[in-house]
Design a protein around this ligand. Structure first.
Ligand SMILES: C[S@@+](CC[C@H](N)C(=O)[O-])C[C@H]1O[C@@H](n2cnc3c(N)ncnc32)[C@H](O)[C@@H]1O
Length: 337
C-alpha cells in the first residue's frame, strides 16, 4: 500500500487543527492585541496588563501566534506585528479585525459543530443547534448582533474599492442598499459620487446604529435610513437596488421572495445589483465554496453558480444582464424581464 507523503500528512494535520489557529486569532482580535502593537513592540506582561489577562497564559497564546507568523517574538518575551498580523489592526485599510472578532463567538462555533447534521439532513445547523434562526438570535442578543454587524462592515471595507472600480454608480440618481447593514458600502458609494443619493434599508435595530458611520463619511445629508423587513416591502424610488451578501443568506424560496419584492419597487430602466461570490468550476474558488458551507451552517442559505443566479432571477421577474468581476466578489446586474 502506498504511504502518504509525510509533508502532505503534515499539511493535512495542520488543516485539521485549523480551528485552533482560528480561535487563537479570534481571542487576539477580541483582546485588541494588534491595535496595542500598532505603534511599538510590547512585552507579554505589558500586553497582559493592558488586556487584563493572565500574564503567563497570554504569553502562551502570543508565542503560538508568533509561530504561526501572525506576530514576531523578540528577546525577553517582547512581541511585534508580523506582516500577516497587520491586517488584524482595526484601522488597517484591509482590516479583518471585525471578522476575526466574530467567527470565534461560541454560539457561532456551536452552529459549525452541527455541520455533520446539516450534511446528513440538508437542514440548517444553526436552527438545529439553537432552535431559532441567526437573525432572530442576533436581534434577541444585541451584543452578538453588534459584533456581527461590525464583522460585516469589516469585510465590506475590504471589497469596496474593487466594487467601485468595477461598477459606475455615477450613472444612477438613487441607490438603495437593501440589507445594507451599518451602511459602510452605501457610504463609500455616495462618497465616491457626490451627485448620487442613497437609502440604507435593513432591520430597524441594524439601521439604528448607522448614523455615526454615515456622518463620518460625510454623506449623512444624502442618505436616508429606513428600517423594515425585505419580506414585507422595500423603499420605492431607486433606479439601482444594491444587495451585497444578502441573497446568499437565503434558500431559493426566500431569495425569490426578496428579489420579487425588489423587482416590484424597481423603476423602469432600473437595475438590481447583486454583489455575491459566484461558485467557480470544479477544484477552483475555495473562498466561495467554504462560504457556501458557512451559509449552510449559519443563515441557511447558499452560494450560487451563474446559471443558478440566472434561474433565480427569472423566477423573480428579472433578467440577468451581465456579471462583472469585482475582485473576490462579482456584481450580478439584472433588470426587469
Ligand atoms: C450578510 S449581512 C450583509 C450586510 C451588508 N450588505 C454588507 O455587505 O456588509 C445580511 C444583512 O441582511 C440583513 N437582513 C436580514 N434579514 C433581513 C430582513 N428580513 N429585512 C431586511 N434586512 C435583513 C441583516 O441585518 C444584515 O445586515
Amino acid at each position: 500500500m502506498a504511504h502518504t507523503d509525510p509533508d502532505a500528512a503534515t499539511a493535512l494535520r495542520r488543516m485539521v487543527e485549523g480551528y485552533q489557529v482560528s480561535q487563537a486569532i479570534h481571542v487576539a482580535a477580541t483582546l485588541g492585541i494588534a491595535d496595542l502593537l500598532a505603534d511599538a513592540s510590547l512585552t507579554s506582561d505589558e500586553l497582559a496588563a493592558a488586556t487584563r489577562t493572565h500574564p503567563p497564559t497570554l504569553y502562551r497564546l502570543l508565542r503560538a501566534l508568533a509561530a504561526a507568523a501572525i506576530l514576531h517574538e523578540q528577546e525577553g518575551r517582547r512581541f511585534e506585528l508580523a506582516p500577516l498580523g497587520r491586517a488584524l489592526r482595526s484601522d488597517a485599510p484591509d482590516s479583518i479585525a471585525g471578522w476575526a472578532a466574530f467567527v470565534g463567538r461560541p454560539y457561532y462555533w456551536e452552529a459549525w459543530a452541527g455541520l455533520l447534521h446539516s450534511v446528513k439532513t440538508g437542514d440548517n445547523a444553526f436552527q438545529h443547534v439553537h432552535g431559532t434562526d441567526v437573525w432572530t438570535y442576533r436581534s434577541t442578543h444585541p451584543e452578538e448582533g453588534a459584533i456581527f454587524d461590525r464583522a460585516m462592515t469589516s469585510l465590506s471595507r475590504r471589497s469596496t474599492a474593487a466594487l467601485l472600480a468595477a461598477c459606475d454608480f455615477g450613472r444612477f440618481k438613487t441607490v438603495i442598499d437593501v440589507g445594507g447593514g451599518n451602511g459602510a458600502l452605501i457610504a463609500a458609494v455616495l462618497a465616491a459620487h457626490p451627485m448620487v443619493r442613497g437609502v440604507l434599508f435593513d432591520q430597524p435595530h441594524v439601521v439604528s446604529a448607522a448614523a455615526p458611520l454615515l456622518a463620518r463619511a460625510g454623506v449623512a445629508d444624502r442618505c436616508r435610513t429606513v428600517g423594515g423587513s425585505f419580506f414585507d416591502s422595500v423603499p420605492e424610488g431607486g433606479d439601482a437596488y444594491l444587495l451585497r451578501a444578502v441573497i446568499h443568506d437565503w434558500d431559493d424560496e426566500h431569495a425569490v421572495r426578496i428579489l420579487a419584492r425588489v423587482a416590484s419597487a424597481l423603476r423602469e430602466g432600473g437595475r438590481m445589483l447583486l454583489v455575491e461570490r459566484v461558485i467557480a468550476p470544479p477544484d477552483e474558488g475555495r473562498d466561495a465554496k467554504f462560504s457556501d458551507l458557512n451559509m449552510l451552517v449559519g443563515p441557511g442559505g447558499r452560494e450560487r453558480t451563474e446559471a443558478e443566479f440566472t434561474r433565480l432571477l427569472e423566477a423573480s421577474g428579472l433578467r440577468l444582464e451581465r456579471v462583472l468581476d469585482a475582485g473576490s466578489f462579482c456584481i450580478v446586474e439584472a433588470a426587469a424581464a
